[in-house]
Design a protein around this ligand. Structure first.
Ligand SMILES: N=c1c2ncn([C@@H]3O[C@H](COP(=O)(O)OP(=O)(O)OP(=O)(O)O)[C@@H](O)[C@H]3O)c2ncn1[C@@H]1O[C@H](COP(=O)(O)O)[C@@H](O)[C@H]1O
Length: 112
């Protein structure tokens, strides 16, 4: 796993035990899953809007896409942490899928 993902996982897990007013992540854990999911949805929407603007040729929007995607990934990591799921599980799933054609996988499912 990348160093930053491993370090972030450890910090997010530690924040589950921290006082709600001590940090942003601690406050999210304290507010609960619905608030965390609301943030994931909000960041997904902001990522889509930034990507559309970048595709429309607004050059300054390329950095906005990076920033909004980072917000989306970060809040998704908080969601996983809140559910007690390590981000390594997602990396393992991507590794398992690596090299498997999406079209072949879909065709195999429709034959089940
Ligand atoms: N990577 C991040 C990170 N990315 C984004 N954010 C915060 O996510 C928040 C939500 O973004 P918004 O644009 O929605 O801001 P907002 O309008 O203030 O949010 P709302 O009031 O609408 O909830 C902002 O306050 C950002 O600062 C992050 N907060 C923390 N981290 C990492 O998490 C670690 C632990 O953070 P704390 O728990 O705050 O110490 C930090 O050291 C960082 O490594």
């Amino acid at each position: 796993m990348s160093d930053i993902l491993q370090q972030l996982d450890a910090v997010l897990a530690q924040r589950r035990q921290a006082a709600p007013d001590s940090s942003y992540v601690a406050s999210l854990h304290h507010k609960g899953l619905n608030k965390i999911l609301e943030k994931v949805g909000e960041e997904a929407t902001e990522t889509i809007i930034a990507a559309k603007d970048a595709a429309d040729g607004v050059d300054t929007q390329r950095q906005a896409v990076v920033a909004e995607t980072a917000d989306l990934w970060f809040h998704s990591l908080v969601m996983l942490s809140h559910l007690g799921i390590e981000s390594q599980a997602v990396l393992d799933e991507l590794a398992r899928r690596f090299g498997i054609s999406g079209l072949d996988e879909k065709a195999a499912r429709s034959n089940e």
